[in-house]
Design a protein around this ligand. Structure first.
Ligand code: MLT
Length: 267
């Protein structure tokens, strides 16, 4: 990991490999290490950039609040700092995907292709939005210790929780590395984010959509709607996986991503 100053944010960043750039953006409340199962196949043929967003993993907490656009802007600042100006493949999971829509809105010409995993394009309804603000206030006061217990049943399919205790431990430790400020800022940014549904038909880059068959946070039905709205998108429904499809069934996700990248970078 290296440390990069991206605008006002200091970010811990995984940066390895050479070639076409792949930017991996993690979900909430996680860090770049959620992409570990994909790295052996990607590093080598590609340059892989995977930051910890502010207040997650090894990145210090944000000093101020953030918006979804703010997260996209700090990724652009990071790329500028690394002098990466060529169009890249943006890969986001869930909150990383919400940031992906904003990244495209800010800098569509820098998006060569898009891989959106277990994410939504719609904004939150008022009930979810209120819960996110409550969570932000709660963690600022009490810390993040209760987050793994609350979130793991929703992040992983029941079958994964039974069969893969190492993954449960890995995710628990990852969540506990989050800072209360990082969790609060991300939670509020998600609550306040815009609905991106109306943008989808204009996103005319090759896109791979990935969704765990048992994802209860960002269900397959919603990702089918995204697929229908995006002219160049195709959806992979991943068996034996919930919301964390790239970690729960890495073989299936790796194969799809590797094939997609080979195809789109050959063009
Ligand atoms: C995530 O995985 O980033 C979150 O579960 C997204 C969400 O809560 O909407």
């Amino acid at each position: 990991m290296k440390t990069v100053q991206a605008g006002e944010h200091e970010l811990a960043v995984f940066d390895e490999g050479e070639g076409h750039t792949i930017l991996l953006v993690h979900g909430f409340p996680l860090d770049h290490s959620m992409w570990r199962p994909l790295l052996p196949a990607l590093v080598g043929p590609y340059r892989v950039i995977a930051p910890d967003l502010p207040g997650f993993g090894q990145s210090p907490p944000p000093r101020n609040g953030l918006t979804m656009t703010g997260y996209a802007q700090l990724l652009l600042d990071l790329l500028d700092e690394l002098e990466l100006t060529q169009p890249l493949t943006f890969v986001g999971l869930s909150m990383g995907g919400y940031i992906g829509w904003e990244f495209w809105q800010l800098a569509g010409s820098r998006v060569h292709s898009l891989i959106q995993c277990d994410t939504r394009a719609a904004g939150d309804d008022s009930e979810i939005s209120v819960k996110r603000h409550e969570l932000a206030a709660y963690v600022l006061q009490h810390g993040v210790d209760e987050l793994p217990g609350n979130m793991l049943p929703r992040l992983l399919a029941e079958s994964t929780r039974q069969s893969n205790p190492e993954l449960v431990t890995d995710l628990t430790e990852m969540i506990l590395r989050s800072t209360r400020e990082g969790v609060a800022a991300a939670s509020r940014a998600m609550a306040n984010r815009q609905d991106s549904t109306h943008r989808l038909s204009r996103i005319q880059v090759p896109a791979l959509l990935v969704c765990g068959a048992e994802d209860s946070i960002t269900p397959v039905s919603e990702m089918h709607q995204i697929e229908s709205a995006m002219p160049e998108a195709r959806l992979l429904v991943v068996p034996e996986a919930g919301h964390m499809a790239p970690m729960e069934n890495p073989a299936a996700v790796n194969e799809a991503i590797t094939e997609f990248l080979l195809e789109v970078t050959r063009q």
